[in-house]
Design a protein around this ligand. Structure first.
Ligand code: FAD
Length: 488
């Protein structure tokens, strides 16, 4: 049978290995780390377990589909639940709301607590659904790099509706038109951060995202986010995929315009096809350095990065759920710091993810595992040590103000993840979470294709290429890629 080699065991690399194995390829994965999953991994600290990277899970059918492809019942291998409350929101003036998954309940909550007409929320979610219906088939399930995608009837229908799809205004402009209360504008602007973009620059098309969380639903894997990695990893091993850990690929070997294998530790490994799951920008700089460079794509601005404090907290806060947001008093200034000044605002929006609220063995009794994250600029050589020290102080005082507590005295363990370590652990260019940003109207649609246009038998998957970052899109990249395998 034909041999396929995959560089990287990120979630898209694992998904590609499963898809190729199911098609009868003999598959081997080379992973630089000692563990699978890339950004989707876990850490444990003295009785606490933390999902290291992603915390929000949407479109679980993208995971289930891989089990079905392999002839297995996903229920036997991967279990998850639908969240009743997508997120708990807090403001400094004492206002709190729960974003109920049930739209009508959420709309009512917003009307009672914030005075925003329920109708406005329902309308916003209807228009989010509209964008999804028109763009998902075109944008998420197909390749934008195939002529056919642009000429099929679905695409033509979408062009006619461009106005409604929000391509000509920013997300913030659209949300300001939609809502009266600035708190609602802020809440809906936050969805830009789901792919590391700036709501004051990104096209309103990204208002597609609330549809995923409300109309389709937010979920939690019962064994934690890391189980997405582990259950798919086990499936791949079961299908005969060979994994090599601590195996950093040094070069993709190219002969006569064709990928013929990879080099690891000075040794060459021949293959019929090669799939790159490494961040696209860093791949061109390292393992494809001798090949033609897609200059424009390499120069595009990157998405934001994150600063995370994994805190073991020896107290249970009843008001906190799985996902919590403590909003900044000045959102626009916060984003100006991230995307224009390359810095961190003194009053950041603080996200706290607490899996022990749904999976009690993730923290000792009476305690909580706080994954505390703020959005920060990607790494441009800033003085991170002092930025992090300053941010830590500001985060703690914000938590103290909003939750009326003394957080410092409750923290019993701490670990930090930041732009520099995100890059060193997963090879993400500049520590960006989602590859290139979608701030520019055109960038939102133009990512590296799922194949190489110069090198035959070389394919691309993962959060830095088409269709985009985040778990669902990374998984889709593997599916779209398979449409080209064997074609070139
Ligand atoms: P990656 O996870 O980027 O992995 C790439 C792999 O390739 C790594 O394991 C790396 O070691 C390996 N590699 C690189 N170079 C080489 C080489 N030369 N040789 C061998 N191996 C190599 N997404 C969501 O959906 N929801 C969220 O809530 C969310 N939150 C996030 C929070 C954080 C802090 C981070 C960091 C990301 C978050 N994301 C979230 C984004 C999501 O994690 C990514 O989009 C997704 O995991 C990317 O998967 P990937 O397949 O591109 O591979």
């Amino acid at each position: 049978s034909q041999k396929a080699l995959i560089i990287g065991s990120g979630i898209a690399g694992i998904a590609s290995s499963i898809r190729l194995a199911v098609q009868g390829y003999q598959v081997e994965v080379f992973e630089a780390n000692s563990y699978p999953g890339g950004k989707l991994s876990e850490i444990t600290l003295k009785g606490y377990r933390f999902d290291a990277g992603p915390s929000l899970f949407t479109l679980p059918e993208q995971v289930e589909e891989l089990f079905r492809l392999a002839g297995k019942d996903p229920k036997d291998h991967f279990d998850y639940e639908k969240l009743e409350v997508a997120c708990h929101y807090f403001w400094e003036d004492g206002k709190q709301i729960k974003a109920w998954a049930d739209i009508h309940r959420f709309a009512e909550e917003v009307e009672t607590k914030l005075g925003e007409p329920a109708q406005n929320v329902r309308e916003a979610l209807r228009s989010s659904a509209f964008i999804y219906e028109h763009l998902a088939p075109l944008f998420m399930h197909r390749s934008l790099h195939q002529f056919g995608t642009w000429t099929n009837p679905q695409a033509l229908k979408s062009y006619l509706k461009m106005g409604k799809l929000g391509i000509f205004s920013t997300m913030n402009q659209a949300n300001e038109r939609q809502f009266q209360n600035p708190k609602l504008v802020q809440l809906f602007n936050r969805y830009a951060t789901y792919n590391g973009s700036d709501p004051y620059q990104t096209p309103a098309t990204l208002n597609i995202i609330p549809h995923l969380e409300f109309n389709i639903g937010a979920y939690f894997p019962k064994k934690g986010m890391h189980d997405i990695t582990m259950s798919l990893y086990r499936l791949a091993v079961d299908l005969g995929v060979g994994f090599h850990f601590n195996a950093k690929v040094e070069e993709i070997l190219v002969e006569n315009g064709k990928a013929v294998g990879v080099q690891v530790n000075g040794q060459s490994h021949p293959a019929d096809l090669v799939v790159n799951n490494m961040d696209m920008v860093n791949a061109y700089k390292s393992i494809l350095r001798k090949q033609k460079q897609p200059k424009k794509l390499l120069e595009q601005p990157k998405s934001s990065s994150a600063l995370i404090f994994y805190w073991g907290v020896k107290k249970e806060f009843q008001e906190l759920g799985l996902h919590n947001i403590l909003f900044s008093e000045d959102y626009q200034t916060e984003f100006e710091h991230i995307f224009k000044k390359g810095s961190i605002y003194e009053d950041p929006t603080v996200y706290i993810n607490i899996t022990s609220t749904h999976k009690s063995d993730d923290a000792p009794e009476g305690c909580m595992n706080w994954f505390t994250m703020i959005n920060v600029p990607n790494n441009q050589g800033q003085d991170w040590d002092s930025l992090i020290q300053e941010a830590r102080k500001n985060i703690i005082s914000k938590v103290n103000r909003v939750l009326k507590t003394d957080l410092e005295s409750l923290i019993e363990v701490e670990e930090i993840l930041e732009p520099r370590t995100i890059e060193s652990k997963t090879s993400s260019a500049n520590g960006a979470l989602y590859g290139n940003s979608s701030n520019n109207r055109f960038a939102a649609f133009l990512r590296h294709a799922n194949y190489s246009s110069d090198i035959k038998n070389l394919y691309f998957c993962g959060g830095s290429v088409h269709p985009g970052g985040g778990i669902p899109l990374s998984l889709l990249s593997a599916k779209i890629m398979m449409g080209f395998v064997g074609d070139s």
